[in-house]
Design a protein around this ligand. Sequence first.
Ligand SMILES: Nc1ncnc2c1ncn2[C@@H]1O[C@H](COP(=O)(O)OP(=O)(O)OP(=O)(O)O)[C@@H](O)[C@H]1O
Ligand SMILES: [Mg+2]
Length: 336
Amino acid sequence: MPIPAPIVTVAFAGALLTPLAVDADLLSLLAATGLVLAVLGKHTARTSQEIADEDLAASHQDERLRTFGQLAAGIAHEINTPAQFAGDNLRFLADAFADLQGFLDEARAVQAELERSDAGHGPAERLRRAAEAADLDYLVEEIPRSIAQAREGLERIARIVLAVKELSHPTGREKQPADINRLIESTVTVCRNEWKYVARLELDLDPGLPQPSCHAEEISQVVLNLVVNAAHAIEERFGAERGPQGLIRVSTSHPAQDVVEIRVADNGCGIPDEIRDQIWERFFTTKPKGRGTGQGLAIARSIVVERHGGELTFDSRPGEGTEFIVRLPVKADTQE
Ligand SMILES: Nc1ncnc2c1ncn2[C@@H]1O[C@H](COP(=O)(O)OP(=O)(O)OP(=O)(O)O)[C@@H](O)[C@H]1O
Ligand SMILES: [Mg+2]
């Protein structure tokens, strides 16, 4: 049974993201960087008035969050340096231990030879006892494993730091060409806790993807909302108890030189025909109280269509799965 992660409202550089469950270690990192505004515990359904009030408060915080974003990017950068030298030292330890192991094998061979001669029996016994006291067999087996685990942990820190850096990049008012593939990698890393218990997540990213002119943090929010919806739909179909049976596939392509496409596909519960048109409405949700507020798709659509002049559509087979498709023009053709 997965340990329930706290649900927090996370803000990256001025953008208020969907409430989401985050890893405990990521949460503390975000808290340290000032990215987490509040740990809200269980969210409860809110009235439209309450939501409007919160929107207003959020816009007042906008400026503060921009500063938090810059601070977070700076701290992420600072974490990188010690993580890098810890990594270099671990690499040295792994190589050094491999060399030491060669020496130990040789020492054991000598010990065996000594044991066979009368004069050497005493020293061989001393060596044997010293090896036993140090629990040498255990050490020889465990040291490489523990170095490998420490390196894995550091790699994970490096990935989180990179994701925070990418997402907290100070945002200007102007649209900028963005590397959508990297943005997707960062976004799925940051919300990993949302999907890892219910699904595998596959990325299929077009290496020759053009860089559309966009507000990167907003596109990241769209991807986040779609991935969280996909995870919820998978949980709705399979439940969360039996391990990850779901599959979320995030892919990018460019059907033409001036269009970039992002697809988020899941094998979740699907969208029944009766609600096909309603899902875009603000506050429309089929999720239980506290799970969804019905805003994710409305926000995503307004970001894609109004802010970026793109399209947001979906294909769904009820009971089998859904695919959301974001199309973005490479050249900005809207004012904002
Ligand atoms: N991938 C999907 N598979 C199945 N149903 C979906 C999927 N994405 C969205 N839906 C349906 O569309 C509804 C609206 O989605 P939307 O993201 O706007 O709100 P929500 O997920 O319910 O709440 P919020 O995003 O505010 O937390 C969902 O409640 C769900 O019924
Ligand atoms: Mg949603």
